[in-house]
Each structure stands twice: as structure tokens, then as C-alpha cells.
Design a protein around this ligand. Structure first.
Ligand SMILES: Cc1cc2nc3c(=O)[nH]c(=O)nc-3n(C[C@H](O)[C@H](O)[C@H](O)COP(=O)(O)OP(=O)(O)OC[C@H]3O[C@@H](n4cnc5c(N)ncnc54)[C@H](O)[C@@H]3O)c2cc1C
Length: 390
């Protein structure tokens, strides 16, 4: 198995070298800014699907690869991150996972080929103004009409990739009288339906990665219900496990960031004329971070190993996410300390721009996919069995 995985990793690296789109890519800048970039990014996703490096784990009748395991997925993600090229979009992987698991034959035939050919990008319409962590309290309503179809009204927010998505996995309330978790339904929303108004939000990074989405008298055919009416909570929660594919990749990301930290310290000249890398306080901070990067790598390696043997636990991904995202914030904070300790020599060194971007984006990762506080609550109650305090 190890030899097979090593050989697979070599093939993936060669493939990325030959096929990845040109350009400078970084986390937090994903939505293409012009038509040419969008074409190159979509072509890249098509190439990854065609070779089976994404969607490899799908059932073979939908284009999956025989013998493809979660361990292969982890290798692909690690190598994509290592090469600093565009990552497959989480929301697209999530939509595919949900459609495969809960979709009808008709939904499989309609949507899956369009995902593989990158004609359809998907977004996730869950959060609302005032409703994020406590998602079951959402208020967007889908009312059943006499012809069986639904009329949807409400507002969503923080919709990543909403501005270039063709499909949206929409969670809406179909029974207001039921308990919050019980009255929700998932719809496969065509984003070009009349009444869907997508407004990008500009972030402090300068990029616009997510959007507000207004839903005003949007008619959704009943054939676009995913799973059963009022059973949407189970549908969306089954999808969150698909994030585990990134566990190993995030450890790779920290390694790259650590290299950038060393590079930054070498380029910063302190007032006395020495380099920041020689300063004992800065070195001490870097050494502490190195130890934590090593610890996260071990956590990730164990999680990936368990994926390979099918002994993984939902808590593995949560522990790794917490460790990775919080360390990412700490590294960015230390980079800012280094940057503010002196001047950059030579001026305009690209590592400076990379750190500015990483710093501004770092907090987002401790919020998306479950904030650190919520992750700690879940681990405390579900893993450690501690009593709920709220
Ligand atoms: C980069 C990024 C991408 C995103 N993409 C999407 C997307 O594509 N689609 C989508 O629907 N949403 C998306 N979101 C939204 C995300 O799911 C929410 O931001 C997240 O669930 C938190 O909800 P909130 O922002 O409403 O904060 P709140 O839930 O209001 O939380 C505010 C603060 O209170 C804390 N808190 C809340 N409840 C508790 C509690 N019980 N105990 C202790 N502390 C608590 C939280 O940890 C947080 O610090 C994205 C967010 C980010 C940052």
C-alpha cells in the first residue's frame, strides 16, 4: 500500500507540473477576477476530474476510479497545496457528495456530469444574517405551492463562490411548526432562477470571495428537493465529513508557511543593521512555532493513516482543524511582529505580499466550517463526554 501511494504521489506531482494553470494563487483569492482566469481554472478542474484525481472516489458508474481510496484523495490535496495551485472547491465536493448520497437517478444524471466537466460550480446557501453557528434556527422559508413546487423567500450570507456558481445547495425551512432541526429541507437551486440576487461582499483582503444572496419569490420545482422534505438536517450534516480530505493538506500548508516565516525573518533588517533571524526573541518565537508545526503534522499524519485503514473518527478532522487554524493565526501574528521590527531588504520582496495576504485571511479559517469555539464545544461534549453548559 505504501509503495502504491508513493508511486501515486509521484504521478500526481508530474501531472500538476504539466497541467496546473499558470499564475500566482493563494488561499483567500479563489474567485476568478476575469473571464480568461475563469477559463483556465475551470480547465484545470476538468483535467483533475478526467484523470480521476478529483471525483476518483465516486461510484464507478458516475466516473470514479477503481481502487481509489480516501488515502489517494489526501495525497492529491497535499500535492495541490504543496504546488500552490488552485484547490478543488470544497463547496463543489460537498455538493457532489450530497447529490451522490441523497440524489435520485434523475438528479445524478442531470448534475454529476456537469460537475465533472466543470460547467457547474456549486455554492452552499446555509448561513443567514444572525444565523451561523446555530444553523438550525435559520428563517429562509420554502412554502409548498398547490402544484407541488416551492416558493422560497429569505436571505443568505457568506456564500463562498456565489458569484460564479451555477448551482446552490440551499437549506430552507419547510415546516415552521416543527422543532428547529426537524422542519428543514435541502434544495438543489439553479442560481439563474428569477428572484435569486447575488451580491459579492468585498473583504479586507481586497478580494470578494463570498456573497450575500437574496431569495425573493424564487420558484423551485419539487424535483429539486434533495433527500426528503423536512429531513434536510441529516443531509447537510452528512456532508461536513467530506472536509476530512484536507487534513493532510493543511499540515503541508503550515510547512510552506513556516518556510515563508524563515524567509521573512531573513529579509527584515533590524535598526542595528542585523537580520531579524539573528534576534533571540524572534528566534525563540520561531522555535516555538516549529514545535507546534511538528505537532500538527503528527496529528494530521495520524488522521490520514486512520483514513487509509478506515478507522477514522469524525473527531479527527475537528481536532486537526482546530490545531491547524489556530496555529495558522499564531504564525501570522508572529510574522507581523517580525515585519514591524525592522525594514524589508530588498524592498518589495514578494514574501512580504504573501504574508500580508496570509495574515488578513487567517482569521477566516477559524470561523468557516465551524468556529474554534464551536469545535471546542463539540469535542468537549461529544468526544470527552463533558456536560453541555449552554
Ligand atoms: C471563509 C468563510 C467561508 C464561508 N463560506 C460559507 C458558505 O459558503 N456558505 C455558508 O452558508 N456560510 C459560509 N460561511 C459562514 C460560516 O458558516 C459562519 O460564519 C459560521 O458558521 C459562524 O457563524 P456566524 O458568522 O453567524 O457567527 P456566530 O455564530 O454569530 O458566532 C459569533 C461568535 O460567537 C461564538 N459562538 C457562537 N455560539 C457559541 C456557543 N454556543 N459557544 C461558544 N461560542 C459561541 C462563535 O465561535 C463566534 O466567535 C463562511 C465563513 C467564512 C469565514
Amino acid at each position: 500500500m505504501t509503495a502504491d501511494i508513493d508511486e501515486f504521489r509521484t504521478q500526481v506531482r508530474k501531472f500538476i507540473e504539466a497541467n496546473a494553470p499558470d499564475g500566482t494563487w493563494s488561499d483567500g483569492v479563489r474567485v476568478p477576477r476575469d473571464a480568461e482566469t475563469e477559463r483556465r481554472v475551470r480547465d484545470w478542474y476538468v483535467a483533475l476530474f478526467e484523470v480521476g484525481y478529483i471525483g476518483g472516489g465516486w461510484p464507478e458508474r458516475h466516473g470514479g476510479r477503481a481502487g481509489h481510496t480516501p488515502r489517494h484523495d489526501a495525497v492529491v490535496m497535499e500535492e495541490i497545496v504543496r504546488a500552490r495551485v488552485p484547490r478543488p472547491i470544497d463547496q463543489v465536493l460537498l455538493a457532489a457528495h450530497l447529490i451522490i448520497t441523497f440524489g435520485t437517478d434523475e438528479q445524478h444524471q442531470r448534475y454529476l456530469p456537469r460537475i465533472r466537466s466543470a460547467k457547474d460550480i456549486w455554492c452552499q446557501l446555509f448561513s443567514e444574517p444572525g444565523v451561523g453557528s446555530d444553523l438550525a434556527r435559520l428563517t429562509t422559508k420554502a412554502i409548498r405551492l398547490p402544484d407541488g413546487n416551492f416558493r422560497v423567500d429569505g436571505q443568505k450570507v457568506w456564500t463562498t463562490d456565489g458569484q460564479w456558481a451555477q448551482g446552490g445547495v440551499l437549506l430552507a425551512r419547510t415546516d415552521s411548526a416543527a422543532k428547529p432541526h426537524a422542519g428543514l429541507t435541502v434544495f438543489l437551486l439553479d442560481m439563474s432562477t428569477p428572484g435569486v440576487d447575488v451580491r459579492p461582499i468585498r473583504e479586507m483582503t481586497g478580494s470578494a470571495e463570498f456573497c450575500e444572496v437574496y431569495l425573493d419569490d424564487v420558484i423551485v420545482p419539487e424535483t429539486q428537493v434533495l433527500g426528503e422534505v423536512n429531513r434536510g438536517w441529516g443531509v447537510v450534516n452528512s456532508g461536513l465529513a467530506s472536509e476530512r480530505a484536507y487534513v493532510g493538506a493543511n499540515a503541508v500548508m503550515l510547512d510552506l508557511l513556516f518556510d515563508d516565516l524563515i524567509e521573512l525573518a531573513q529579509y527584515i533588517e533590524l535598526p542595528g543593521g542585523t537580520s531579524a533571524i539573528e534576534d533571540p526573541v524572534i528566534r525563540d518565537g520561531i522555535a516555538g512555532i516549529r514545535a507546534r508545526v511538528g505537532a500538527v503534522a503528527l496529528i494530521a499524519a495520524e488522521a490520514v493513516e486512520k483514513l487509509g485503514t478506515g478507522t477514522d473518527d469524525p473527531a479527527d478532522g475537528l481536532i486537526a482543524k482546530l490545531a491547524y487554524t489556530e496555529l495558522n493565526v499564531a504564525m501570522c501574528a508572529h510574522a507581523m511582529t517580525i515585519l514591524s521590527a525592522g525594514v524589508l531588504r530588498p524592498e518589495g520582496e514578494p514574501v512580504h505580499a504573501r504574508w500580508r495576504q496570509a495574515f488578513l485571511w487567517s482569521r477566516a479559517l477559524t470561523i468557516s466550517g465551524g468556529s474554534s469555539e464551536i469545535v471546542r464545544n463539540v469535542l468537549a461534549t461529544q468526544l470527552l463526554g463533558l456536560p453541555r453548559s449552554w
